[in-house]
Design a protein around this ligand. Structure first.
Ligand SMILES: [Zn+2]
Length: 460
């Protein structure tokens, strides 16, 4: 594992009277038991690499899933093209729903995209999704979403008919959404989960853009988006089969001028909602038997590359991207062929299905943890009226929370270093200077489910 992927674990600090500030020498202790929910742990055991393999091979069987490929009734009946892939994904979600007494609402989001660089003629693009409605009326308005793109491409983005197997890019991510739906639909959660598969990614993120805009217009409160794109763990010699990269934006794409002023003044460059989500993923990983470790990358995406999480970031939603540790560019966006002894093409034989299962467990554990947790406390304020070295935080109670925790870290640290349980209160004064650390507050329910942390805003 690369040194950069070693993550600082949260220290449950014993804060005693007179304790001042944080120290680099603070003792790091393993996470105490109790963070793992046995119900979630049991669901993770149901994730099947054989299932994932069968689903990726089924997606590849459509020969091409180019967004520009056929979607007429004849092609669908023949099992060829993106239309056939779409119908199959829909039928899979419906099957899972039948197995849980109709617990999933299976829907499509379909629209006609106007011509552009990579779309020569008006093209129907269809996103397919399944919604597991939350059981608590208030919490159900909070939505946690997992997505992958089911469209594929070969060397030419405009090639609508040639083979484009797309096993890794992004059959793997599509299989993660499907497998999460299969195993989590057997459980009930207070908040809502959406299992999404989008098209049009390779033509310019068209499907996810439409979906994110639709969600924004409808006022959906999506609190976390997990985008899986190229999570196949390509079997190249430099691959790490135990590490998955998690990319997250720092300064939000959707930040307003006022947001940017606050970020500049307070050093908030590494505390976007997406970054907190990435840290949450890492914390979840350490609580369960997952099989892969996230390596957080503090960057929107790889150089010159993008993916569907960006569509959600643009609408102001917290969204991160999962990608395998090391990509093999011979195996993505390539026509299937052999040249000078090198095999090109995105074929199932290069995919490590045990690895994809690990990524699916990490996604499922994060979805289930967030969907079980109370909402983060609202209106978290750091009082700055008077000049003083103590720090006073206030917040509004969160429904279903039975307690709160204050997190903090040095301004130079990449991850939370200290957690203090403060009980069921909405105000706390800590003997730590706000000028030296970054604070956050999170809500905890009586089964130890933790919310995403909320960063305080200064109150004058
Ligand atoms: Zn992709």
């Amino acid at each position: 594992m690369p040194a950069s992927s070693r993550r600082i674990r949260i220290v449950f600090a014993c804060v005693i009277l007179g304790f001042h500030g944080t120290t680099a020498a603070a003792q790091k202790t393993p996470r105490p038991p109790g963070n793992a929910d046995p119900r979630i742990a049991e669901a993770l055991k149901q994730v099947s690499s054989a299932r994932i393999q069968a689903n990726v091979e089924k997606l590849v069987s459509f020969q091409t899933r180019s967004t520009l490929s056929a979607q007429d009734a004849t092609s669908i009946a023949a099992g060829r093209g993106i239309g056939a892939a779409r119908e199959w994904i829909k039928s899979e979600f419906q099957k899972y729903s039948q197995d849980c007494g109709g617990c999933l609402q299976v829907k499509i989001d379909s629209f006609t995209e106007s011509p552009s660089d990579r779309i020569p003629q008006p093209t129907e693009i269809t996103n397919v999704y399944a919604m597991l409605q939350g059981t608590d009326p208030e919490s159900a308005k909070r939505i946690i979403l997992v997505t992958g793109h089911y469209d594929s491409r070969n060397s030419d983005t405009l090639n609508a008919a040639g083979a484009a197997p797309g096993a890794n890019d992004d059959g793997s991510g599509t299989a993660v959404s499907l497998e999460c739906a299969r195993v989590l639909s057997r459980l009930k959660f207070p908040a809502t989960i959406i299992f999404l598969t989008v098209a049009g990614e390779e033509q310019g993120l068209n499907g996810s853009k439409h979906f994110a805009q639709m969600a924004k217009t409808a006022g959906w409160n999506i609190v976390a988006v997990l985008n899986n794109d190229i999570v196949g763990g390509d079997r190249n010699p430099q691959q790490s089969a135990s590490v998955v990269r998690v990319f997250s934006e720092g300064v939000p794409i959707a930040a307003s001028d006022a947001d940017l002023r606050l970020i500049r003044n307070l050093g908030g460059e590494s505390d976007s909602a997406s970054r907190e989500l990435a840290r949450y993923v890492a914390e979840v990983d350490s609580s369960y038997d997952i099989g892969v470790t996230p390596m957080l990358v503090f960057r929107l995406d790889r150089y010159l590359r993008g993916s569907d999480h960006i569509s959600f970031n643009q609408q102001g939603y917290a969204a991160v991207r999962f990608t395998e540790y090391r990509e093999d560019y011979h195996h993505q966006h390539q026509d299937v062929r052999t040249e000078n002894g090198i095999e090109y093409g995105d074929l199932p034989k290069f995919v490590n299905f045990d690895y994809v299962a690990g990524v699916a467990r990490l996604n499922a554990a994060t979805l289930a943890s967030l969907a079980s947790a109370p909402a983060p406390p609202a209106k978290v304020h750091l009082l700055t009226k008077e000049l003083q070295n103590d720090s006073t935080l206030t917040w509004e109670p969160s429904s279903r929370a039975s307690a709160y925790e204050v997190l903090w870290r040095d301004t130079t640290s990449s991850d939370w270093e200290h957690v203090q349980a403060v009980g069921n209160v909405t105000k706390i004064t800590l003997p730590i200077s706000k000028d030296n650390v970054i604070f956050a507050v999170r809500a905890v329910d009586n089964e130890s489910h933790r919310s995403l942390p909320a960063i305080p805003v200064p109150e004058r």
